[in-house]
Design a binder for this molecule. Structure first.
Ligand SMILES: Cc1cc2nc3c(=O)[nH]c(=O)nc-3n(C[C@H](O)[C@H](O)[C@H](O)COP(=O)(O)OP(=O)(O)OC[C@H]3O[C@@H](n4cnc5c(N)ncnc54)[C@H](O)[C@@H]3O)c2cc1C
Length: 370
């Protein structure tokens, strides 16, 4: 089967490897150089669903050695002044044996690794261009050209989207008073924020807040930004040094009504974009890749490949929808007016703190999808 993939971000690149391994001939179109693809300041939470996909492709063990595992995911609600932890024991038995709740990966490291891997796969042909390929030359076209996809615009594919009226600030910080194997999800009235371990005392803070406050914080000197961070971090955790330049980006939600149009399939952020703080974005993108690879490997679809787009679109619906709703609920929970919603918040938190069955249920959806 001849497949064109538009976009060589983490979704398109992994799709190229996975589909090439399934026997397809791949033309991989990308407008940026490898250096530009690698040089992005992003940090991802990697779940067991991604671990399983990378294991199938034979690239997990090498990649895992470049990531930072964490054993504790602390969820703090500042309004309730309460917390609970997701632990290894809350995972399914098959995931528990890895002795980690998840892994933290820096974009530069995994992108460089995956691009190097692609250069050794025979049936992937990299084409450096932004011109959308001619459909006649391919059996299927995978659009993985990101959330502002030109392919989607050209095909006029409708989507549900809105802006969170927030921006996200990411900053790498040296912290004192925190273990190197714990991550935090903090529910704060400004918006949720995450603290992710990057090894040793270094942590990535991903902090969502109102546009006005975020813009103001981005004008602060590093020492004033450190002071601000010390006011929002849990007591006992002290920010010591800012390691890199802080970054900020607007946050919006995108959900395509359909994940295909004719012989075009939408994968990754072309199809769905979530609030980054849930740590689900990249894992969901890679589950798209896994779903498409499974369909293409079924003998029936090798002969009837025109049925792949609609089957793929229907197969991805439940997982993408449920993770989108869960992530959005987390943001709304965090920003809800405590005076009005204090009772439901107390109930939800009490249940998750006390019931290991509920914690397992939520963690399993977050880590393996539906
Ligand atoms: C600023 C920013 C910060 C983020 N931070 C986080 C984070 O902290 N944690 C997290 O989990 N997720 C984060 N995300 C989301 C995460 O980056 C994505 O989920 C993930 O990278 C998968 O993206 P993708 O490959 O689907 O799309 P992208 O990474 O956007 O890749 C799309 C690729 O398509 C290429 N392209 C576009 N048009 C064309 C064309 N016409 N022809 C050829 N190539 C084309 C682009 O150059 C690009 O390389 C962030 C996203 C953004 C935009």
């Amino acid at each position: 089967m001849n497949i064109a993939i538009i976009g060589s971000g983490l979704t398109g690149s992994l799709a190229a490897i996975s589909l090439a391994k399934a026997g397809c001939r791949i033309d991989l179109y990308e407008r940026l150089s490898d250096e530009e693809l690698i040089n992005r300041e992003r940090t991802y939470a990697i779940t067991h669903s991604s671990r399983k996909i990378l294991e199938k492709l034979g690239i997990w063990s090498e990649l895992a050695s470049l990531m930072v595992p964490f054993q504790y995911l602390n969820v703090l609600d500042y309004e309730l002044n309460n917390y609970f932890q997701f632990l290894i024991n809350d995972l399914k038995p098959s995931d528990k044996k890895y002795s980690t709740v998840g892994w933290i990966a820096e974009h530069r490291i995994i992108m460089a690794f995956i691009l190097k891997f692609i250069s050794n796969v025979d049936n992937i042909n990299k084409i450096p261009t932004s011109v959308i390929p001619n459909t006649k030359n391919y059996d299927l076209i995978v659009a993985a050209d990101g959330s502002s996809s030109n392919t989607k615009k050209k095909l006029k594919t409708p989507s549900f989207n809105f802006s969170y009226d927030q921006i996200c600030i990411t900053v790498k910080v040296l912290l004192r008073g925190v273990k190197s194997n714990e991550a935090f999800e903090i529910l704060n009235s400004e918006g949720p924020f995450a603290v992710l371990p990057l090894g040793g005392d270094i942590f990535q803070i991903i902090c969502s807040q109102s546009i006005a406050k975020g813009k103001y914080n981005m004008t602060l000197s590093k020492s004033l930004l450190l002071d601000y961070l010390s006011t929002i971090l849990p007591s006992g955790i002290e920010p010591d040094t800012i390691i890199d330049e802080p970054n900020s980006f607007p946050i919006n939600f995108v959900f395509n009504y359909s994940f295909y149009s004719g012989k075009y399939l939408y994968l990754g952020e072309t199809a769905h974009k979530l609030h980054p703080v849930g740590g689900q974005g990249l894992n969901l993108c890679w589950r798209d890749v896994d779903c498409l690879t499974k369909l293409i490997s079924i003998p029936f679809f090798k002969k009837n490949y025109s049925l792949i787009p609609i089957t793929y679109s229907l197969s991805r619906l439940v997982d993408v929808l449920s993770i989108s709703i869960l992530t959005d609920s987390l943001v709304r929970y965090s920003r809800s007016n405590f005076n009005i919603f204090s009772l439901p918040r107390k109930c939800i938190f009490y249940i998750l703190r006390k019931s290991s069955i509920c914690r397992r249920f939520i963690l399993n959806i977050m880590t393996n999808g539906l």
